[in-house]
Design a protein around this ligand. Sequence first.
Ligand SMILES: [Fe+2]
Length: 135
Amino acid sequence: MSTSTGWSEDLATGVETIDDQHKEIFRRADRLSAACSEGKGKEEVLKLVEFLEDYIKEHFAAEERLQMRNAYPDYASHKALHTQFVAEVARLTTALKEEGATLPLVIMTNKTVTSWLVQHISKIDMEFASYLRNS
Ligand SMILES: [Fe+2]
């Protein structure tokens, strides 16, 4: 059973590397939820939490590099949104480590990540993608 909102065509920015990375985040969030609902061991679930967190950071860094390289005027505010969200993910990861990777907490993590991502992609990343297309 999947609890996540998956990637769909209406989230396509048209920038292939970014779209591929977004898909990978959804996949990792899914894998985390699946491991937890399949009753996988605590260690494996925590590993997947870190796997997800690492990739989110990697993706943001890649997106920010692309913005820098293209002199994106909204770079600073876009980066600030990323930084804010990384802090939120870090809080969730810490909670999962401290309180244990329970199904409700994992579901909440998955929901937080996927719904933030959907919002962020549909507005903020789309603006950047359209800037890239027109520059
Ligand atoms: Fe972004």
